[in-house]
Design a protein around this ligand. Sequence first.
Ligand SMILES: *Cc1c(COP(=O)(O)O)cnc(C)c1O
Length: 393
Amino acid sequence: MEHRPIYLDCHATTPVDRRVLMAMMPFFTEHFGNAASTGHCYGWEAEAAVQQAREILAAAIQATPEEIIFTSGATEANNLAIKGVAEASFNRGRHIITVITEHSAVLDPCRYLQSLGFEVTFLPVQADGLIDLTELEQAFRADTILVSIMAANNEIGVLQPLAEIGKRCREHQVLFHTDAAQAIAKIPLDVETMNIDLMSLTAHKIYGPKGVGALYVRRRHPRVRLAPQLHGGGHERGLRSGTLCTPQIVGFAKAVELGLAEMADESQRLTRLRDRLWQQLQSAGGLYLNGHPTRRLAGNLNISVAGVNGQALHLGLQPVMAVSSGAACTAAKVAPSHVLQALGRSATLAHASIRFGIGRFNTEAEIDRAAEWAMATIQSLRETTGSTGCLKG
Ligand SMILES: *Cc1c(COP(=O)(O)O)cnc(C)c1O
């Protein structure tokens, strides 16, 4: 354990907070009941715990408890939202608007719907990763049924203007779905003021357990019509059958509760650590920041490094820090990140990128150590290749 690298990959996943684990424990053993068992106290205990979790989640986003549908995570929530709306509304229209920098759990359901005859507009982003609201406005059509735009990007941390997007969707009477997997309990979210109709959430990015998430589905003004994607026992108002994972649901709610209580202080602390890291790294020269400098998650720093080979860079960093690269490994091939390419980065620069995801358990000493090692790695790679680090972004 002692010599494991510093964990700086909090956009991929986070450890379970011990306070979350403690809240979950009794629901594995003593209170193990099935929340759908209505005939005895084992079921009632589980149902009460699930109901309490539903209330905590709803309050976190200004929704009502009946509007929270528990899922296995954000991937399932995105699939339910996008395919569920498409299936329920295809008589009204078959056009969907999304953005090229979305997570694959949004892009792939959209591409799947294209194969069924739906039309999808994939909006580009500006050089800072934000969408252009004028382009969104121009993308609406009479047959548009859904807009799906994420709250916070998982690679570059950029925060899309949810309230402005929601306002336009409402004006056009088009449903607005947002993937808030990276945003919940990190930035304020309000489905009322932001006019959000569907919102995907997950626990494991906010120090909760893996394998649980939720979809918020608006019930009033307007009532969202959704076709279930899992059929069975009729759980979750028939929208998501399957026995509820009580311990994970309890942990999810605890994670949200802690995140909200600590949000203001923690986002200040993370911003300070992130800016400290960026400031130290910049002395290496030839670094490019990916994404808007301030409209981004506090714990996110994503940079491209000129004049180094991406693979060599990551091999060099590996012994000291766990970070993500600007490459996505799909099946057999390594492709440069679609998000970084959408910002206009070359494939070479996208490969030579580092995503730092700073989180709750990182310390200033860890940041300093990571910065020092990253700079030494970059410098030694540039010396061996003889590059000046002046490549174009
Ligand atoms: C992690 C993530 C997902 C996938 O969530 P799971 O709960 O792992 O299925 C979807 N969207 C975004 C933006 C994410 O960061």
